[in-house]
Design a protein around this ligand. Structure first.
Ligand code: ZN
Ligand code: ZN
Length: 390
């Protein structure tokens, strides 16, 4: 029986080639055309994988059936890049304007493609099926939900799901997993404030939308500290505010946008009712009117305790006890949460942090490619641990 580490080591060059090829053609959410074509071509080259393309626009699915009855595991990679101009100076930098794989999704795809290749060669060592999900638009507005709506969890029915992310918050070369809520539920909101514009020297004739907006921003900072249970971590961030065009003019309109985060589902469902009265109160006091829209994003991402127990044992085999970490939860969001609502799920981190490393979504973000081997080995072993003794 060939050792898994040896099987992964054999794929080292191909893993790096795939990652670098994908890194050069980054595409943002639902525009992953070249990326999806590349992924599908790779999957077509792997024996025994059934390939479906064009799911939820650009999503791709690979299905590996062992032919023996058993459970089905889904392994997910996200395909989208960010609208960032790359500044890494790497030889294989982005060839697309204002698009960059700054969140490591190039690595995620390379890992899952390689996991598929290895599992296909050892499919006599487990039962059931493995579904490889390549989803669009993880960053925004979310490709997992439309792929679920297209039926990807149904035929065969998916029992378990796993996904991972390179994580600068953990030391490079470690693996991190924990049960319970790992990532936050998200929303985005927009507030349009309508006042009455006029001369900067005559404020009494106007309703100052900019000043009202400034007060709204301040008042929203009180929501987490004064209106929510301090034992329920939450965030309200105003990320943009646009108003005015001249120094001597009072603007009649201001638009602000923001995001909320929480681990609590009831707070998540209730955020509209929590925020709107604050906006209304300030606008009423200043004589302005407003339009408030809040759009739910992703649910909280919750790891199944049984899956995490199995994963911890898997990780011990990959990196040894002193390199298996319990990560802090993050207020980041992840639309894999929609899959985890329907299956038993396990999301894990591959530590990629080192002194001075750039954070995710930074124009100089990069990672040590040897880490991808850890991710592949973990996914392959996890599939075996989960599916070989059903
Ligand atoms: Zn990201
Ligand atoms: Zn990401």
């Amino acid at each position: 029986m060939t050792d898994i580490k040896a099987l992964v080591a054999r794929e080292t060059d191909r893993l790096s080639t795939i990652r670098q090829a994908l890194h050069q053609i980054p595409e943002t959410g639902f525009a992953e055309k070249k990326t999806a074509r590349f992924v599908a071509e790779q999957l077509y080259g792997i024996p025994d994988i059934q390939v479906t393309t064009g799911i939820a626009k650009t999503g791709v699915l690979g299905l590996l059936k062992t032919g023996r009855p058993g459970k089905t595991l889904l392994i997910r990679a996200d395909m989208d890049a960010l609208p960032i101009s790359e500044e890494t100076g790497l030889a294989f930098s982005s060839t697309h304007d204002n698009a960059m794989h700054a969140c490591g999704h190039d690595g995620n795809m390379a890992m899952v493609l390689t996991t598929a290749r290895i599992l296909s060669t050892i499919k006599d060592r487990f039962s059931g099926n493995v579904t490889f999900m390549f989803q669009p638009a993880e960053e925004w507005p979310g490709g997992a939900k439309p792929m679920i709506e297209a039926g990807i969890l149904q035929d065969p029915p998916v029992d378990f799901a796993v996904a991972c992310h390179l994580w600068p918050g953990l030391p490079s070369g470690t693996l991190g997993v924990k049960s319970g809520v790992l990532m936050a539920a998200t929303t985005v909101f927009e507030i349009e404030i309508i006042g009455r514009g006029g001369h900067g020297a005559m404020p009494h004739q106007c309703v100052d939308a900019l000043d009202t907006a400034a007060q709204v921003v301040n008042a929203l900072q009180r929501v987490v500290s004064r209106k929510l249970n301090p034992l329920t971590p939450s965030v309200v961030t105003v990320g943009s505010l646009h108003a005015g065009s001249a120094p001597n003019t009072i603007p009649g309109k201001a638009v602000l946008t923001g995001t909320t985060r929480t681990y609590d589902k009831s707070v998540w469902h209730n955020f509209h009712n929590i925020l709107e009265p604050v906006v209304k109160g300030v606008c009423d006091a200043m004589g302005a009117s407003y339009k408030f829209t809040l759009t739910p994003g992703y649910p909280p991402l919750e790891n199944d305790p049984d899956m995490v127990d199995i994963m911890k044992k898997t990780m011990l085999k990959v990196v040894g006890q002193d390199r298996v970490m319990k990560p802090e939860s993050t207020m980041g969001g992840e639309d894999m949460a929609f899959v985890f609502e329907k299956t038993k799920g396990c999301y894990f981190f591959i530590g990629s942090g080192y002194d001075g490393c750039a954070p995710l979504h930074n124009a100089t973000f990069d990672f040590d490619e040897t880490l991808l081997q850890l991710g592949v080995e973990t996914q392959v072993r996890f599939a075996l641990d989960l599916l070989s003794d059903q």
